[in-house]
Design a protein around this ligand. Structure first.
Ligand code: SAH
Length: 345
């Protein structure tokens, strides 16, 4: 396993050690056409080495390929944030600025977790677990003057995230690499903010995921997980109803998601590791306008033609978008935030 990974000086600004990918073709982006490298060989050397089982490997390859293929079209249409927007329930969203709602999602998450506005106490070292093309990292780095490291399974995303950081003059503050959230390439006790925005749903081993988030958090550091969950089970229930599971299975298949868990499962996992100030919120109502807006954008001429050019995985993802709306409306899917603090030493 270790032989497939090689340690060397990483272009990131930081670091006691890094996992560095083997050489691979460079990726060129233009606004009208994007070329994506084939990452199969790259993944087999890198991500496969981190995967503990062949089903995990297949899932991780699927996730990487899905985001390699779809991130360009998402960026063209929606910009650098690949997460839901946050809306006030009941507000009129016609003509709403959805990109502003995505920023509100970040701000509301920070507020929910009680992140200090006082510059003396604000986060200075942040990890963005499942970073996409780095929208959150750059936003947080700018807001707090912090250093931020992002990890993603998608080589295309990591490269694009670093290119955007360079272009925005943030190369000395933020840095992105391909790495597995379940085996993070960081020493223990590093980050005063551990940020996972809509990546937890991809994790096949939730206890391991939570354990890694806690491990890399600095003593006294805050962990914020914003993620898709299924509804909490009732006291007499052992599983979801078959129709509910069937709905989720169709979404899992299209978005490369393993089995889901509930918000209370996350809370229990953090409790089992003695985290403090654990808070959970249900923001399902706050994100309700998001998927209709995404479907609307896919149905514009630009959205539709980009989709047709993008590839099968992206098209398959677009086809299940209405199921997300159904899942939220029927109460099966919950949009959850969980925040907590690692005890200070
Ligand atoms: N947080 C970003 C992107 C969300 S999309 C944003 O808000 O813009 C989900 C992200 O999770 C993708 O970047 C995907 O590569 C990443 N991801 C999924 N499973 C992962 C894993 N095991 N390790 C690292 N990243 C993972």
């Amino acid at each position: 396993m270790a032989a497939a990974l090689h340690l060397q000086t990483h272009p990131c600004f930081h670091g006691t050690y890094q996992l560095s990918p083997p050489p691979r073709p460079s990726v060129s982006f233009t606004s009208s056409s994007r070329s994506f490298p084939s990452n199969r060989r790259y993944l087999s050397a890198h991500v496969k080495a981190a995967a503990s089982s062949s089903s995990t490997t297949t899932l991780q390859e699927g996730i990487a390929e899905f985001y390699d293929e779809s991130s360009g079209i998402w960026e063209d249409i929606w910009g650098e944030h690949m997460h839901h927007g946050y809306y006030d329930p009941g507000s009129d969203v016609s003509g709403s600025d959805h990109r502003a709602a995505q920023i509100r999602m970040i701000e509301e998450s920070l507020r929910f977790a009680g992140i200090s506005k006082d510059p003396a106490n604000s986060p200075k070292k942040i990890v963005d677990v499942g970073c996409g093309i780095g929208g959150s990292s750059r936003y947080l780095a700018r807001k707090y003057g912090a250093k931020c490291q992002g990890i993603t399974l998608s080589p295309v995303q990591a490269e694009r995230a670093n290119a955007l950081a360079n272009a925005q003059g943030l190369a000395d503050q933020v840095c992105f690499e391909v790495a597995d959230a379940l085996n993070q390439p960081f020493p223990d006790d590093q980050f005063d903010l551990v940020w996972s925005m809509e990546s937890g749903e991809h994790m096949p081993d939730k206890p391991k995921f939570v354990k890694e988030l806690v491990r890399v958090a600095a003593p006294g550091g805050t962990i914020i997980v914003v993620t898709w969950c299924h509804r909490d089970l009732g006291p007499s229930e052992e599983s979801l109803q078959p129709w509910e599971q069937k709905l989720l299975n169709r979404i899992c298949d299209a978005y490369y998601l393993p089995e889901w868990c509930s918000t209370s499962d996350y809370v229990k996992l953090f409790q089992s590791l003695s985290l403090q100030d654990i808070k959970a919120g249900d923001w399902t109502e706050n994100v309700a306008p998001f998927w209709p807006a995404v479907i609307g954008s896919a149905l514009t001429w630009k959205g539709f033609t980009s989709l047709l050019r993008s590839g099968l995985k992206t098209i398959k993802g677009a086809l299940v978008m209405p199921l997300m709306i159904e899942g939220f409306q029927k109460g099966v899917i919950k949009f959850a935030i969980i925040a907590c603090r690692k005890p200070a030493e």
